[in-house]
Ligand binder design. Sequence first.
Ligand SMILES: *[C@@H]1O[C@H](CO)[C@@H](O)[C@H](O)[C@H]1NC(C)=O
Ligand SMILES: *[C@@H]1O[C@H](CO)[C@@H](O)[C@H](O)[C@H]1NC(C)=O
Ligand SMILES: *[C@@H]1O[C@H](CO)[C@@H](O)[C@H](O)[C@H]1NC(C)=O
Length: 229
Amino acid sequence: MNLLLILILILLLPASYANLGTFEDVRDPSVFQRVVVFNRTREVFASARNALYHLSPDLRLLGKVSTGPFMDNATCLHPPYPCGGRRAPRPQDNRVLEIFHHPESPLLLSCGTLYQGVCTLRTLSDVSEGRKSWSVGPLNGSEAFVGGAGSSVAFFGPGFGGQTTLWSAVSHDERPDEFLPPAVSSRILVQRGGQFFFEYAQDSEGQYTGVRFDARYRRLYKMAPDKKK
Ligand SMILES: *[C@@H]1O[C@H](CO)[C@@H](O)[C@H](O)[C@H]1NC(C)=O
Ligand SMILES: *[C@@H]1O[C@H](CO)[C@@H](O)[C@H](O)[C@H]1NC(C)=O
Ligand SMILES: *[C@@H]1O[C@H](CO)[C@@H](O)[C@H](O)[C@H]1NC(C)=O
């Protein structure tokens, strides 16, 4: 068995060990994935298998949202795209968790193992209610596929021309070739008609900011040891 509880230790002030806090989801333990701190308020967001948590700076639970299990099939796209096979309930490991400093309202980005690793954005205050969430499209294009069944990592940082860029890497998994995202890529988040989309940071004349390994060697590419289920 793997780690069965969420345990976060946050050193609020590096100089003072008295400020070490803990949070444990006793009722519904699951595998811990990632943690981010919102710099303006020091509120803490944590991701786990099938859940996101919103915590105060002293780690009191402010909200929790369920992110799985959902009906999915590794050979299919996000609904409403049809699926040739059967979709079955599958758990979601939210291995990517980042805050996007949107000029109007900061947003929490999470990307998991379901639906080809498509990401979801939520307003920080609504993490508990899950009222406002957007899937980052295009739901049928690998430029939006950040996560996956293997290991994945992604973070926002400065990119070309100073624009906020998502730098990401994903290890090879068994999905169909046409759904396979580049092993390493940089993308930007754009908003069109009230929807969010990922685009490659640069994309013109068949050249884009992504690196794909030759199909013969793809399998050998590992970013980190994949976790055992
Ligand atoms: C928080 O981080 C963002 C992105 O790095 C930065 O633009 C912003 O100024 C920071 N805010 C504070 C209060 O530190
Ligand atoms: C997923 O769909 C494929 C066909 O696209 C099918 O062969 C496979 O059995 C399905 N997987 C499950 C778990 O039903
Ligand atoms: C995704 O869907 C859009 C709109 O239906 C279509 O224009 C586009 O070609 C599709 N992309 C892929 C990669 O299939």
